[in-house]
Write a protein that binds this ligand. Sequence first.
Ligand code: GCU
Length: 647
Amino acid sequence: MQGVDPAWLPDVAFRPIGTRRTLIRGSGPLVDTVHGEVAGACERFGGRVSRESGSYDLVLELDGDDGSEGFVYERGDGCTTVTASGARGLLYGFFHVVRLGETAFLDDARRASYRPESALRMLDHWDNVAVHPVMGQVERGYAGGSLFWEDGRARGDLERVRAYGRLLAACGINAVAVNNVNVHATEARLLTDRIGEVADIAGALRPYGIRTHLSVTFAAPVVLGGLASADPLDESVRAWWAEATARVYAAIPDFGGFVVKADSEGQPGPFAYGRSHADGANMLAAALAPHGGTVHWRAFVYNHHQDWRDRSTDRARAAYDHFVPLDGEFADNAVLQVKHGPMDFQAREPVSPMIGAMPGTRLAVELQATQEYTGQQRHVCWLGPMWSEVLRFGIDGESSVGASARGGLVAVANVGDDPFWTGHPLAQANLYTFGRLAWDPNADPHHVLDEWIRLTFGSGPGLAAGLRSILDGSWRTYEKYTASLGVGFMVQPGHHYGPSVDGYEYSPWGTYHFADRDGVGVDRSVASGTGYAGQYAKPWADVYESPLSCPDELLLFFHHVSYGHMLHSSKTVIQHIYDTHFEGVAEVGAARERWASLVDLVDPARHARVAERFEEQLRSAREWRDQVNSYFFRKSGVADERGRTIY
Ligand code: GCU
C-alpha cells in the first residue's frame, strides 16, 4: 500500500514464491486470499500460479474445511507442500512459506505439523470512535489516531484495515476487538444502530481469517435500550441482550463476541444489582451461545478509591479475591481475561496468582503491546523476553501460564494510523512477537526477533547484528532506569510518561512504594504484610514469602526492606538502585550510537524517525536516573559507593 510501511511483509519477502510455480487446491474465501497473494507475488516476480495439476515448486492444498488452524509442511523431490484441513490453516501455512523464504525451496524437510497452542490470539484496540477529551482517540495509544475510526465513524476507505489484517495473519493473530474497553456514549451504540460500521470493518479483516469482537457496556440495556435496569438476572434485561446479540449476528455472521470491563475504574457492572461477576458474564454468554460467540470478561476489578493511609488493602490481591471464589460458575463460552500481572502492566511484575488458581474456568491472559508503562513508543522496549518469561512461568512449579490460558492470549494493540503503524518503527517488533508467541508460547523470543528483523529489514549481516543488539536487551535497559526491583509505578500521574517517584504515593489508586528514610517496598508477605504472597501455589508462595528467597527483581514488590539489605547479587538495595540507573542511561546512549551507525543501511525515513525517538529516550532516561537516584539519596542519606553525580 502506498505511503504505508510494509512492516514485515515487504514485496521482496514474496520473491521466493513469486519467482516459482505454485499450485493451489481447494476453494473458499481464504483460499482466494492465498491465491491473490501468490498471484500478486507472481505478477511482481514472473512466476506462475495455477489451480490445475502439472509440475510445481510449491503446492498449497486445502483438503476439507474442519475449522482447524494447523497445517502440514514438507519438502522433497523438488516440491514444497503445505496441506491443511481448515482454511485458516492454509493461510498460516502460506505465511510459513513466506517466512522461510528461499529456504522453503532449497532445504528438504520431513513432514511436520504446525498448529497454534491457543485457539484465540487476539488484539484489543483501545480505540474510541470519537476523540475523547482527555485520552485522545486511542486510549494509551502512541501511534496516532485510530486505524478503524475517523471523523466520528468507521473509515470509508478500509484499505489500511485490510493491510493490517494481512500483517496480523502473517504473524498468526486471528481476532481483533475494535473499540476501547472503556465504552463511552458514542461507542456504546456500535452494538446497536451503528453495528453496520463494525460490519464494514469485519468485512475488511475477514479475508485474512480475523474475527471481529466488540467492547460493550454492561449498562447497554439502560443507556441504549431505555430499560430501568441492567440487572443480569432480570428477564427483560436478558431478553434485550438476546435480541441485540441476534441483530449483531445478522450483520456479522462470524462475529467473535463481546469484551467487557465491568465494575472496574468506574465502568458499570453487576455489583450495582447485588449480582456476581459470574451472573454478569453468564448473561452475556447466554446471549452469545446460540451464535457461537464468546464473552471476554475482564478481571481487572479493584478498588480505585483507596485510602493511602490504609495499609491492609492491597490492589495486587483484588483480582484473585474477587474471582477465585467464582471458579466453576462461568459458562463454557465465558472467558475470564486477566492481566498477566496483578497490578497494571508494569515493566516488572510477578505473574498473576489467579492464573492456575481457577481450573474450572477458561482464562485468557492479557499482555500490553501498547507501551503505556514501557516508554510509550518513544523508547525502544522490545517486550519479547518479558512475555516469554510470563508465558513460560510454571505456576505450580509445572504447568505454564501459556498452557493455562485456555481462553486465549490477548494483547492491547500498539498500532494506529501512523505511517509506521506503531509510532516508533521498532515497536513493530512487539506486535509481531506477540502474534508469534500467542501461536507458540514456548517459542524462543530471540528467534522470533531474528525472524522479524530478517523479514522487515532483509538479511544484511551488519544491519541484523546492529538491530539485534539494540532490541535484544532493551526491556532490561528500560527496567534499569525506571522503577527498581519490581516496585513499579513512580510515573507521572494521568499520562504515565516520565518519572515522578511520589506521583502516586498519596493517591487513591493503590500503587505505593512506601519509601522512608530506612527502606522501601511493599510488604505482601503472609507473616507481616497483606498476605498476597499466600495467593500463590507452592513453591511460589514460599519463594515469595521470604526476602531471602524472593528473586531480586521482585524484591520490592513483595517486601519492605532496608536500603542496606543485601541482594542475591551481593549489592545493597541502594547501590543497586544507583548502579542500574547509571547503567540504564549508558545503555540507551550506546543503543543510540549503534542506531546512528546504521544510517546507510536503513530506509532514510525510518532511520530518521527512530533517531529522533532516541534523542527523547536518552533525555527521558537521564531524567529518570537523576530523579530516582536523587530521591533515594535524599531519603536514605547513603552515598553512591562510586561517587557519581547525584543531585
Ligand atoms: C490501565 C490504563 C487504563 C485502562 C485500564 C484497563 O489502568 O491506564 O487506560 O483503561 O488499564 O486495562 O482497563
